[in-house]
Each structure stands twice: as structure tokens, then as C-alpha cells.
Design a protein around this ligand. Sequence first.
Ligand code: PLP
Length: 413
Amino acid sequence: MTISIAATHARGKFATDKIFGAAAAANLAVGKYGKDKVINATIGAILDDNEALVCLPTVEKVFRTLPINEVINYAPIAGLPEFLEAAMALTFGDNRPEAYTNAVATSGGSGVLHHTIWNYSEIGDKILTSDWYWGPYKVLCEDALRKLDTFTLFDENQNFNSKAFEAKVNELLVKQDSLVTILNTPAHNPTGYSISDSEWDNILDVVKAAAKNEAKRIVILVDAAYLDYAGEKNECRAFLKKFSNLPDNVLIILAFSMSKSYTMYGQRTGAMIGISRSQAVIKEFADINQYSSRATWSNINRGCMRLLATVYNDKATLAQVEQERAHYYSLIRERSQIFVREAKAANLRMLPYIAGFFLTIPAADPDAVCGKLHDDHIFAVPLGKGVRVAVCAVPSAKITGMAGKVAQALAAV
Ligand code: PLP
């Protein structure tokens, strides 16, 4: 018998990450057959048409010219004030809601998820998200001794399922007084869906109705990791204005991340942005989340915070970064359009893709489909109910023909 000396809550925990597993299989195949023969659609980062990892050139330039003290020194626990200002301004664009707002620096978007779960739900509570979700949500909940529950994301017309959302919110609020809901939008991972402005109206109607019971505390965490790859800047931020004048017992938290927006994945820099009608709720937001940062990772990456502040405070530099990002947005768009077009031709049913790094094909046995695709040296990620294709990482030349192969694999298993 193996001995465990871990505490009871930690015993048996083991992070099996399907994404890294699929990526490892792809790398093995590259070693065996050569890069040209392998399609690696597992990577959640932008690769260019030569399959090299992209760093936005102006981001790299600014980063490399930072004074060394700005790279090595500690930073304030809450984050550099100039960084927090920039993170808020860049997230809101022209759509700042009428509300109190404040921000706290975090270790990427993952840090926002961590603090929100820890500080806004009780131990044992259920956290709500959609049935299609980014796998780490579950790990983040369970490590914090919470559980993840889901509502059905799409209705029969492939729109946001407001009825399912409403039913689940009300069901959970019968049993618990705090409810954290995580909505990854726009450009959702793994489907590429973006909640529309009118669907946001429905969501907020449900939240406002539930908040009439003043004993309840409702937090909506908008995981906006892909916001900068979701379409026209202010159009895809228009929903943020709707967070004006919500009830005092509702808090909106936006997860800002530099991972995708500034191609700084491993630099672990992000911010949680709180939005509330109540000044007290926002003061508490800043206080308790800074406290959790102190207790979790202390301060975050100073150099990357300085990078964002530098980019934001120079109009020409910011414009340059936005132009470079727009180029990669177009590249991803071109790749996804090829897949969507070919999927239609092959009668391959996809989940509704609007924008973003990934698209998903529903499947009864995703592992079998992905296994079958290996025969064609195609590597994708098997999810619980579908196969995820990272259009951010596969050049157009390799995307061409891929939907047909997926349709064949689906038919063969
Ligand atoms: N949310 C989603 C949906 C993601 O896909 C990711 C990264 O892959 C993140 C959040 C968090 O990224 P990071 O912690 O690097 O900011």
C-alpha cells in the first residue's frame, strides 16, 4: 500500500491535463514524421505561418528596453498604479460603466479566477459556469474546496441558453447565499462563442431578479482572456456599459490578462477589475484581494506591468501594438473561415464559432475521434463532449482539408 502524508484535502490530487497530453503526442509525431507532415492543433498560443511562437514585435521591443531595475525589483502588492490604470482603460475602451471601479494585479487571468473563487464563495459552495468550459476552472474550484456546476450553454438554435442559465442560478441560490458565475466571453474557449448584447440583457435580468433577495450575494466573473481577438474594439466591449447601476449585492469582476493580448503568456501578468454601484463593495474588493495576493504570490511581475504602462502611455506605441495584433487577428480569422467553410461543405456540425483561438466539434467519443485523427497526423484536444481545434496555432495551408478529415474520423468511430 502506498503511504500518503498529504493533508486529507490534498490527498489523491493529480493534475492530468488533456491539453498538455495531446501536445506531447503531437511533438512525438513531429520527431517521427517531421514538422511538415504533422498538424498540431493543440497549442493555445498564436503561431505564425512558419509555426513559430509569435511575440508582437513592439511588445518585444519595449520589453527588451526596460531598465533592469524595472525588471528585477519588487512591485507594490496591489500592482503598479500606472499598470492598473492602463489595464482598466484598455479593458473598458469607450465603454466604461457608470459605477465604482478598481483593480488589483494578479498572476494572469488564472489569478483572477483564484481570488474570486476564494473570496466570493463559501467553502463547499458550487461555482457556476457553462457546460463547455476551460478545464482549469474545475481544478481551481476543487483546490479551493468548492465544486464546479454547469448550465447548458446553447439552446436548440445555438444561442445562449438564458432559460438554462436562469434555472441553474435560481436552483443554486436556494441552497447557498453566495454565487460566483464564470462567463468566458467574448471569443470563448473552447467554442469561439461570444455572448451577444441582447443575451447580456437577459443574463443581467436574471441576476437583478435574483438580487432582489438582499440575503444573496452574486458575482459575475467575466473571463475576458480573448477580448482583444474578438472583433472591432468597441463593438466587442459594448456589453461592459451594461454593468452600470447594478444592485449593491451584485459585483462584476473582469479578468484582464496580458497572456494573449500582449503575447506575454509565461510572464503571468493580469488584473482583476471590480465594478459595483457601491463604493464600499469596491473598497472591500481592493482590500481583500490585495490581502489574498500577499498570502498567495506576494507581488507579481514588475517588468510586465511596466511594459503595459509604457505601451499605454505612448499613443504611437499603443497604435503600433494594436496594428500588429490586428494582423494576427486577421490571420486567425482567415484560418477559422477556411475550417468553417469546409465544415459546411462536409456536413460537419460545429459549435457556433464567432471569434477567438479555438473552435469545437461536438462528438460522442472525443478520445476516439482524436485517436483516429492521429492516423492523419492531426492532433487536437479531446474535451468531455467534443474536439477542440486551436486555429491560433495552425497555418492556413494545414487547416485546408482538416474539416473533411475530422468529418471522416467522426464517421469512422
Ligand atoms: N481563461 C481562459 C478561458 C483561458 O483560455 C486562459 C488561458 O489559456 C486563461 C483564462 C488564463 O490565462 P492566464 O492565466 O495566462 O492569463
